[in-house]
Design a protein around this ligand. Structure first.
Ligand SMILES: [Fe+2]
Ligand SMILES: [Fe+2]
Length: 136
């Protein structure tokens, strides 16, 4: 499972890249907590903390897109909403009933893989578009 940050995830905007990196730090904490069999409370706390950070990130991105009149803002908003829904569902999971590796896999599939896809498709496309607009 590749969950470490790697530079193929860079979008080319320092603020957004720093936030994406930070989100991956939260993911690593989450996966470590699973491996270390941290209790439900500890895992939920990391999940909540990650959620707050991601919320702030989504708001910044959406404001950035609105400012730059990015035409695919609705698609981004839809995907961000989908992620929020996933986090809500994960917050409801009784983590004590799952084997640590199953829980870790669940986070990997639902959060990390989703984020990698989202950055590589939508976020990189957004920055490329705005950069081209600004340099025309
Ligand atoms: Fe993003
Ligand atoms: Fe995004």
């Amino acid at each position: 499972m590749a969950l470490n940050w790697d530079d193929s995830l860079l979008v080319g905007n320092t603020e957004i890249d720093d936030q994406h990196r930070q989100i991956f730090v939260h993911f690593e904490r989450l996966s470590l907590a699973c491996q270390e069999k941290a209790g439900e409370l500890a895992i939920k706390e990391i999940l909540n903390f990650m959620n707050e950070y991601v919320e702030m990130h989504f708001s910044l991105e959406e404001a950035f897109m609105a400012e730059n009149r990015y035409p695919k803002l609705p698609e981004q908003q839809e995907q961000h909403a989908h992620f929020r829904q996933t986090v809500k569902e994960l917050q409801e999971v009784d983590t004590n009933t799952l084997e640590p590796h199953r829980l870790s896999l669940l986070f990997y599939q639902k959060l990390i893989q989703w984020f990698i896809q989202h950055i590589k498709k939508l976020d990189q496309e957004m920055i490329t578009y705005v950069w081209a607009q600004q340099h025309n």
